[in-house]
Design a protein around this ligand. Structure first.
Ligand SMILES: [Zn+2]
Length: 151
């Protein structure tokens, strides 16, 4: 059986909301997604790459829109950033030589880097209301990125 996750991560990879805010957001998400199998909030000791797995649709340069995955540049850049525990995500792009960072690349299906994850397993919804995202953002005190993971 395959599983789906709806994962919320702060847009800033090292941002970790206060524990009471995490719990408040978790409770709200559980209330908003009553059909979900499980809703959890977790903090990793270091920044991790939050991957959409089966939904992965490639990655492009945010500056000139060139396809970065085809050149295998992205895999190499991820490997190098991993060696810094993803604390240094700065990259210079092979296509146009611009400076950006791995978190801000144009992931065609959203992906990102984070320590904090708020997630719902099998949310049984196909989309998530923008107003509800704003409520979660105001509780957590940060902007959020939504990642739909399919395994
Ligand atoms: Zn480029």
């Amino acid at each position: 059986m395959s599983d789906n996750w709806l994962i919320f991560i702060p847009t800033r990879p090292d941002h970790v909301p206060a524990p009471h805010a995490q719990e408040e957001a978790r409770a709200l998400l559980a209330e908003l997604l009553p059909q979900a199998d499980e809703v959890t909030a977790s903090v990793n000791p270091q920044i991790e790459f939050v991957d959409p797995f089966g939904n992965w649709s490639g990655v492009r340069c945010p500056l000139c829109h060139a396809d970065l995955e085809e050149k295998e540049w992205w895999m190499e850049a991820i490997g190098m950033a991993f060696e810094t525990a993803f604390e240094n995500l700065t990259v210079s792009t092979p296509c146009c030589g611009g400076t950006t960072n791995l978190n801000d690349l144009d992931y065609i299906w959203p992906a990102g880097f984070s320590r904090f994850c708020l997630e719902a397993r099998n949310p049984r919804v196909a989309e998530f209301d923008v107003q509800a995202v704003k409520r979660l953002e105001s509780i957590l005190g940060c902007q959020l990125r939504l990642i739909w993971r399919h395994l």
